[in-house]
Design a protein around this ligand. Structure first.
Ligand code: FES
Ligand code: FE2
Length: 338
């Protein structure tokens, strides 16, 4: 595409030409990315109530007829679907002799232990009590009051999402050696976007930062960012996006202007517990929930089956780099003087 065509490119088209530019010639952002500002924003996020809810999987990963085993903060848990397809979550060890319930059999919506046939359902059993859980249609949550330090809430704190009938959701999961705060801190540094992920972002400008005076409930506690998402070659989609932290382990990016307005990317950090080396492991469970009021997107949602893996791959690439950032942050701040 030549430059003349680029100059005539209509402004209202969602795809805009990108000046190829040189990575090193970008405006440095380290002056603006003040460590104290990021730390204060993180601290306010950590003071918000979580209600002790933890995201543990994509809803679609809890399939009928198959138990799903996982751990949160070192606690072994199991999830499955009952007869009505409702989510059930409980301790992952059988109350009889401790068999792994992640390997149990499902019969008529109940979990049947493989070792001696104990049957468990949402009614519980002596020594085994199901835990409060929530399926929001995209993500599965469990409430762990003995681990969380918040007052219990009836349901998890979830921000606004595009209407379910118009949205395409994809969930990517990765894990790294760090704590949830390191994942959240990475997301609360929007300045690294075009420098650290030049394959995905360009022309990134942080338009507004949270004021340090906010009380923790203030909905204006946000970053407002203008950014162009690269879609290959010399084309990109310019948008405005806001970053907020509705609860201590979540950062939500919402597109508020431009193509896909209303779409959100929810990044959830869930502590898994220590790994074999004693260092903490944290899962990043990221839901991309895309919306568009543009004609044709409704049809595109029929292609969700094909779009989902592409969306997941894009998120996974970004997160490989962001996990390296979060793991590095963890090592830096926990380094013992040698
Ligand atoms: S260990 Fe589960 S029934 Fe015995
Ligand atoms: Fe990033």
């Amino acid at each position: 595409m030549n430059n003349l065509l680029f100059r005539r490119w209509p402004d209202r088209w969602p795809l805009q030409p990108i000046d190829p530019g040189n990575w090193a010639d970008q405006e440095p952002t380290y002056h603006a990315a003040k460590p104290a500002l990021i730390a204060a924003t993180l601290q306010r996020a950590q003071q918000r109530p979580s209600g002790n809810w933890y995201v543990f999987a994509a809803s679609r990963d809890i399939r009928p007829g198959r138990p799903f085993g996982f751990t949160i903060a070192g606690v072994e848990l199991v999830a499955w679907r009952d007869r009505g397809q409702r989510l059930v979550v409980g301790p992952g060890a059988c109350p009889h002799l401790g068999a792994p319930l992640a390997q149990a059999h499902i019969d008529c919506g109940a979990l049947v232990c493989r070792w001696h046939g104990l049957r468990l359902d949402s009614g519980g059993e002596a020594g085994w009590t199901p835990l409060p859980c929530h399926d929001d249609g995209v993500l599965a949550w469990v409430r762990l009051d003995h681990i969380g330090d918040s007052s219990p809430l009836e349901t998890p704190v979830i921000g606004a999402r595009p209407p379910a009938h118009r949205a395409i959701a994809a969930v990517a999961t990765l894990s790294g050696v760090c704590e949830p705060a390191d994942i959240v801190a990475n997301r609360l540094d929007p300045w690294h976007g075009a420098w650290f992920h030049p394959y995905s972002f360009t022309r990134l400008e942080v338009l507004e930062t949270p004021s340090q005076q906010h009380d923790s409930a203030d909905s204006d506690d946000r970053f407002l960012v203008a950014v162009t998402f690269r879609v290959g070659g010399r084309l990109g989609v310019p948008v405005r996006a806001e970053f907020t932290s509705p609860e201590p382990r979540t950062v939500t990016m919402r597109i508020i202007d431009g193509e896909g307005s209303g779409s959100v990317v929810e990044t959830h950090a869930t502590p898994l517990g220590p790994g074999p080396d004693g260092e903490p492991r944290t899962a990043v469970i990221e839901a991309v929930i895309a919306d568009s009021t543009r004609l044709g997107f409704a049809r595109a949602s029929h292609a969700a089956r094909f779009l989902r893996p592409i969306m997941t791959r894009a998120a996974t690439r970004l997160w490989r780099d962001d996990l390296a950032y979060a793991e590095r942050r963890y090592r830096q701040r926990t380094q013992k003087p040698g």
